[in-house]
Design a protein around this ligand. Sequence first.
Ligand code: ZN
Length: 547
Amino acid sequence: MKIVSWNINGIRATRNGVKEMLDSLDGDIICLQETKVTRDLLDEPTAVVEGYNSYFSFSRGRSGYSGVATFCRDNATPLAAEEGLSGLLTNHTGAVCCYGDTEEFSEEELQGLDNEGRAVITRHKIITREEQEETLTVINVYCPRADPEKPERKTYKLRFYHLLQARAEAILRSGGHVIILGDVNTSHRIIDTCDPKDPEFFEDNPGRKWLNQFLVHRNGDATGSGSAGKEEESPLAAAEEQTGGLFLDSFRFFHPTQQNAFTCWCTNTGARLTNYGSRIDYIFGDRALVENEFEDSVLMPEVEGSDHCPVKANLRCRLVAAPKCPALCTKYLPEFAGKQQKLSQFLVKIDRMTSNHLVAEEKLQSSQNTTEALENRSPAGDMGQAKVQRKQWRTDTSKKGAKRQKTDLPSGQASLLGFFKPANAKDQAAKATVNKNSPKIEQCQDTKSKVPNGNCAVTLEEPAAGGTPEFQAKPQADFWKTLLKGPAPPPVCKGHSEPCVLRTVKKEGPNCGKQFYVCARPEGFSSNPDARCNFFLWVSKKVSSSR
Ligand code: ZN
């Protein structure tokens, strides 16, 4: 059997439709995270896909936030399926059960941890390579990210880890095998990140400490070079190996020393082009399963469409499909269960929208064309009318999600490269050096401490207007620009003599809102001449990005 995990960063942004995406991943069980689908946004092409049965968990809070989904090929139909880790979201038959000891959590806390649509659990019947019939429980998780600005989210993340561990271990102890996979949002070893910040304190990160005790402690692991069972181990090391947790990181089991093996890259800095990333997406399995049934565990960095890449494991065991999908299956949701019911469901929703959210009917009608263009990827069938109505409703509720830069940008490598390397770089560079009317720019005093370090805190802006083709093509425009003191071309970087990009500090603090120029190339290791050079200039006077 093949199992895949991918933080897809928005399932509805999938270019060629969900089925094509799933087929291309070639997995029997495909676990997606950050679907950005909440119940109000779930549409039929996403929920009901030919050849698969699917199980979603939705955030109960913000619309279009978080969310995970497990798609099972029909040959992998699970015996049971459940939303969340605590069991509180389950009120149907066909749940996975085995909730473990959650004494340390209040019911309120459990509800909070399951409120963001971060876990789906499915249980499958497998035949092991020794022809034993056993169960395999798959826990698909999107672990919270700790926002350094919000201490309460750090706590939330750690409590989520503890609940995940309590549940996973309870299921394992009840018998059968367990796989935990998804976006764990912590890189485990120094080898798993391009930028270990302060290596001295690397192991002090609480998420990393949690991983250390959750995973089997293998000999030599501390240096990031765990053995895959080939080296001889001393009795002491063997005893030590008994400590730690119950699960193995399957990728490191097969590739203990592989470097530059990353699954996530910062989009704003184009770091994927130089493979400057981290490995935070994992397939963990209980030790016996990984050692006896796994054939390999790999990363799929060639797959684009998200700021993460998929990870995949091949197992020797075979899946046995359950005769009937468990109750959580999305095909049983009332709006997808039958056409008549579906139509009435739409009408109820539209009605509620207009009364509760005061969406004027005229507005709905006028947005129809845009909506169609944006959302109509597959021709509406006999449900055309109802679909149009539903789309109108969805567009109005999903505008917040639509402004995300990531989803607006083309995601292909080629197009990203084009974005970071202006085709007419030389012309612009020449121009920039000739132009004597550039605004006065102060050299930064202490570049290192002032360059925002977590580069995601910075947004990319349009190049200064002087660099736009209109201005280059018309000398007259240059004349007027000089006369009217319009914006000048950006400076060129020292490393490549290419025009810089203008950025704004978004991070809270004394520099928030200040602008600066940096090399336009993608971020990368300092040894890579094709990556961003260290050129940096504060802008003394605000440069308007719109003319
Ligand atoms: Zn440069």
